[in-house]
Ligand binder design. Structure first.
Ligand code: NAD
Ligand code: MG
Length: 395
């Protein structure tokens, strides 16, 4: 294969997705060149990545961290910090591809900067799309950016749709089926859920991921965010997207067509597959992922999600249906609640309760510009903090 070299910025290179991306890139030095690496505060990890990949830029979250990194890396690597640094490396004219792998709302501005600069954007940061779906997708069209999903479910759906997909009806799609593992608490007795610790919540049976998305998988808010993400990515109403629990995480999602055909994408649960797919698309490259051994796996199981066990699913579906700034509020309240859970300020089942309280009081608006989305994010965070600090009684 003789493709031109792709220059890449990796936003969030020290995280789980960032590290998997670098693992794939290291297998193809002739095809990819790392232009910029970014992290919030892990200076030592970023220094090691800089030594191995020698980017032109490295970006950190604070000036102090940036100064520390400068003492650890070659002098021709430019070290920047903060939102401006992130926006610069996301939109730089020399960059072809941006891996958006910052976790949470912090990823919105740099991811949007990459979209607005018309880059090929590999989207792992689902929160950005959940928050600002409408504006985000409008910018993709306006700037002629290429948006490729990294989330394994969305990448699977993308692979099962026709190459010229331009909407559900036209493609003859009846519905999308998002698969979900059910997380670590799928069979935990309901009476024990309130006492689950952050370490138990982060011990995912199939995937090794960052702590925020691991907690989201345990509450299944992750699937709720993915429902909203899928609805924007594929222009499909939330009512035409079903969630199916599949504990082995081998089928990553499915598309049902109106003739009854159902196409699925299968593979071992390893994020290097969707990452390699999006990096090389429309070609294919090696990812380092081993062959799927169906004989060893032997059986694939499916069940309906239990909305009593996972109230976050219903909250996300309601936000997906009302649209406006409800998804931004849902996401912000969830981020605050998950952080409070990880800090052991609130118990596990309080996460969905905090989000529920905020959503019940949320005055729905239609954000027409980014500032309105950011304002909704800020307001929902303040409301969630208030619910947590007032210890509002359990619903
Ligand atoms: P992680 O916590 O392992 O890594 C997050 C990265 O973002 C780190 O490099 C960190 O330094 C950076 N970061 C965090 N806060 C920041 C801030 N305020 N400013 C700048 N940088 C910041 O997270 P992850 O598991 O790699 O997930 C990243 C994104 O990908 C999330 O949106 C997640 O939902 C999505 N995703 C992850 C997986 C997975 O398998 N890990 C799968 C699907 C989607
Ligand atoms: Mg996913």
């Amino acid at each position: 294969m003789n493709l031109p070299i792709q220059k890449l910025t990796i936003l969030g290179s020290t995280g789980s997705i960032g590290v998997s991306t670098l693992d794939v890139l290291a297998r193809h030095p002739q095809q990819f060149q790392v232009f910029a690496l970014t992290a919030k505060q892990r200076v030592k990890e970023l220094a090691l990545q800089c030594q191995q990949f020698h980017p032109r830029y490295a970006v950190l979250g604070s000036q102090a961290a940036a100064e520390q990194l400068r003492t650890l890396v070659a002098s021709d690597i430019e070290v920047l910090w903060g939102e401006e640094g992130l926006a610069l490396v996301a939109a730089h004219e020399e960059v072809d591809t941006v891996m958006a792998a910052i976790v949470g709302a912090a990823g919105l501005l740099p991811t949007l900067a990459a979209v607005q600069a018309g880059k090929k954007v590999l989207l792992a940061n689902k929160e950005a799309l959940v928050m600002a779906g409408h504006l985000f997708m409008d910018e993709v069209v306006r700037a002629k950016a290429t948006l490729l999903p990294i989330d394994s479910e969305h990448n699977a759906i993308f692979q099962c749709l026709p190459a010229d997909y331009s909407g559900r009806e036209k493609a003859g799609v009846r519905r999308l089926l998002l698969s979900a593992s059910g997380g670590p608490f799928r069979t935990t007795p309901l009476s024990e859920l309130a006492a689950m610790t952050p370490d138990q919540a982060c011990a995912h049976p199939n995937w090794a991921m960052g702590r925020k998305i691991s907690v989201d998988s345990a509450t299944m808010m992750n699937k709720g965010l993915e429902l909203i993400e899928a609805s924007w990515l594929f222009a499909v109403d939330a009512s035409d997207i079903d969630i199916v629990i599949h504990p082995q995480s081998i089928i990553h999602s499915l598309v049902e067509y109106k003739d009854g055909s159902v196409l699925a994408q299968l593979g071992n649960p390893d994020m290097r597959t969707p990452i390699a797919h999006a990096l090389a698309w429309p070609e294919r490259i090696e990812s380092g992922v081993s062959s799927l051994d169906l004989i060893r796996i032997a059986s694939l199981n499916f069940e309906a999600p239990d909305e009593q066990r996972f109230p976050a699913l219903g909250l996300a579906r309601a936000a997906a249906t009302s649209r406006g700034d409800a998804p931004a509020a849902l996401n912000a309240a969830n981020e605050v609640a998950v952080e409070a859970f990880l800090n052991e300020t609130i118990g596990f089942t309080r996460i969905a309760e905090v989000v529920d309280r905020v959503m019940q009081a949320w005055p729905l608006a239609e954000p027409r510009e980014l500032a309105a989305v950011q304002e909704a994010d800020k307001r929902a965070r303040a409301m969630a903090q208030q619910v947590i600090s007032q210890q509002v009684p359990t619903l």
